[in-house]
Structure formats: structure tokens, C-alpha cells
Ligand binder design. Structure first.
Ligand code: BTN
Length: 316
């Protein structure tokens, strides 16, 4: 634990009572000036810390943002070994990719409360205003690259598990959108580097709409449409959901998740059109389900078309 984290822990443990700067300095083996610097850095990150003359520092409020020190209080899974970031960044996927290239361990996570260059699937922009939760995790599954397409489905299911654990009933829309409260609540973007037969790393990016901004994104739903949950708690629940689905997928492949995915798949039985990134029609028909590798099965008069990737729209 860093000294800054230790200062925060001492303030938190005092439950709103003042802790003297001298006492903290003694216990942590640093100077009072160093303690004051850490307090200033915590305030900059959004912690409301009052200085009481003759008494010390009192923690009054913590930020409702996905800061590592707040998220880790709620986390259950041991997969997440390192949490970074928590404030504004360009794209957490870019940050996590840079860490993965430097050799970051599986379970490294970059968090953000706002992104200025958030990316979505198919080259789209992912609006990432304050009040949302954006994170990217480094995974290093020992599998062939061809299996990673089904990991995207597993991650979406994990996000859905996380939302369910918060009391937000959710569904998945193939391949990896998570819907709840009548709109899209979360999206998943996977990026990877692999050799011919082996994945080096996968960066799993997840964007979750937690608090509704003044200008709501069309078609989006927000956790606080249903339930007022602290952002760090929402992020931890979703990270835990992703960890559990990832463990199931690693141990048993997509087959281990197929039934659960099918139960939550909102497209089954619906009439759809599937287009590729360029907008060309790939398949049209009724969704019969998902096969054991995660492909969408679209049935038309010409037969069954297994679709590996694409954008699905509902036909009326
Ligand atoms: C989609 O539905 O199109 C996928 C959206 C994925 C957005 C997340 S937010 C965290 C991570 N960083 C990014 O730039 N994108 C992903």
C-alpha cells in the first residue's frame, strides 16, 4: 500500500473524527509535510478533507467516481490484481494496451470517470461523460486467437451478471451489448495482440452508463434510472461479474456459458438484419440462437446462417 493510500485508510478508519497530522506521520514513518502533501493530492482527486485547527484532518466525503481506492473496497474477485487511473483519460483501452505491451500482468485494470477519446465497436465514438464508469482490463488467456470472439460474449454476460447482482435486471444483445431499463446500459470492446496460434494479451474495455447526464444519449439507459448506486460499487460489481464469467469461459469455453447467454439473449426469436462494419447485409431472418462457438444463428428461407460478427438491427 502506498503512503497516500495509507493516509486515506487512516482517515477512513476514523469514521469522520479528526486524525492528527503528527500521529499519521509517526505511524507511517514520514514527515508531517509529506502527510500534508498526500492530503492535498487526495483533495485534488475529489476527497473532501477538512483541516481542523489543533485536531488534524477529518474525512467528510469520498468522491462518487471509479477511483482505485474506492472500487477496491467493494471488490470480491482476486483476478483484479492492480487498479490504475480513475480520473479523466483519452481511452482506457489505449492506456491498458500500453500497459499490456509493457508486460502488465493479467488482472491489471485502468479505470476512468471520463474519456475524451472513448472508442466503441465498428470504429464508433463512445460518449464518455462524467457520471459513467469506463474501464479496461488486461487478460492473458492461453487460447488460440479464434476463440477470442466468444470471450466478447462471455464478458457481456459477466457485465450482465454484475448488473443483476446490483438488482438491475439485464439482457444481452448479441454480440456484446448489455441492455436494461429499456436501453443500452453497457458496451464491450475487445482488442488483442496474438501470434498465429496464441493470444498474447486481450484488452477488455467496458463502458457503463451509471448516472444520466443532462443530455441523455439516444437509446441509452442508466443505472440510476432504476437504482441509486455509488459508482465505485457499480464498477466493482461489474468487475466481479466479468471475473466470474471469464473463469467459466477459461475453464469450459463458451459452451459453459451458452445456456445462460441464451436465457438472457433478447434477440432469440426476433426478426433481424445483420450488417458488417461497412453496412453490407450479411444475413436476414429470424434468430434461432447461438452456437457453441458464439455465432448468431439466423434462419431464413434459404437455410441457417451462422454469423461470426456484425451489427444487428431488429426488423419490424
Ligand atoms: C460498444 O458498445 O460499441 C463498445 C463500447 C466500449 C466502450 C469502452 S469504455 C472503456 C473502454 N475504452 C474505450 O475507449 N472503449 C471502451
Amino acid at each position: 500500500m502506498s503512503t497516500r493510500e495509507a493516509v486515506l485508510e487512516m482517515l477512513r478508519d476514523a469514521y469522520g473524527d479528526a486524525v492528527s497530522g503528527e500521529e499519521m506521520a509517526d505511524e507511517l514513518g514520514v514527515s508531517r509535510v509529506a502527510v500534508a502533501k498526500h492530503v492535498a493530492s487526495l483533495r485534488k482527486a475529489g476527497y473532501d478533507i477538512e483541516a481542523v485547527v489543533g485536531e488534524g484532518y477529518r474525512l467528510l466525503a469520498v468522491p462518487d467516481a471509479p477511483l482505485p481506492a474506492e472500487v477496491s473496497l467493494w471488490l470480491g474477485s482476486e483476478l483484479w490484481v492492480r487498479l490504475e487511473g480513475g480520473g479523466e483519460t483519452g481511452s482506457t483501452n489505449d492506456d491498458a494496451r500500453a500497459l499490456a505491451r509493457e508486460g502488465a500482468a493479467e488482472g491489471t485494470v485502468v479505470l476512468a470517470s471520463r474519456q475524451t477519446l472513448g472508442r466503441g465497436r465498428l470504429g464508433r465514438t463512445w460518449e464518455s461523460p462524467e457520471g459513467g464508469a469506463y474501464f479496461s482490463a488486461v487478460l492473458r488467456p492461453q487460447v488460440a486467437p479464434s476463440r477470442v470472439a466468444s470471450l466478447a460474449l462471455a464478458v457481456a454476460l459477466g457485465v450482465s451478471r454484475g448488473l443483476d447482482s446490483l438488482g438491475v435486471a439485464s439482457e444481452v444483445k448479441w454480440p456484446n451489448d448489455v441492455l436494461a431499463a429499456g436501453g443500452k446500459m453497457a458496451g464491450v470492446l475487445l482488442e488483442m495482440t496474438a501470434e498465429a496460434d496464441r493470444v498474447d494479451w486481450v484488452v477488455v474495455g467496458v463502458g457503463v452508463n451509471v448516472r444520466a447526464p443532462e443530455m441523455r444519449v439516444l437509446g441509452a439507459a442508466y443505472i440510476d434510472d432504476i437504482y441509486d448506486v455509488p459508482v465505485p460499487r457499480a464498477v466493482a460489481a461489474i468487475l466481479d461479474g466479468v471475473a466470474s464469467a471469464y473463469a467459466d469461459w477459461r475453464d469450459g469455453g463458451f459452451d459453459a456459458l451458452r445456456e445462460e447467454y441464451a436465457e438472457k439473449a433478447m434477440l432469440t426469436g426476433k426478426s433481424v438484419a445483420v450488417r458488417d462494419a461497412g453496412g453490407a447485409l450479411r444475413a436476414e431472418g429470424v434468430v434461432a440462437g447461438i452456437d457453441d462457438t458464439g455465432r448468431l444463428l439466423v434462419v431464413s428461407a434459404e437455410g441457417i446462417f451462422p454469423v461470426e460478427a456484425g451489427e444487428v438491427t431488429l426488423r419490424s
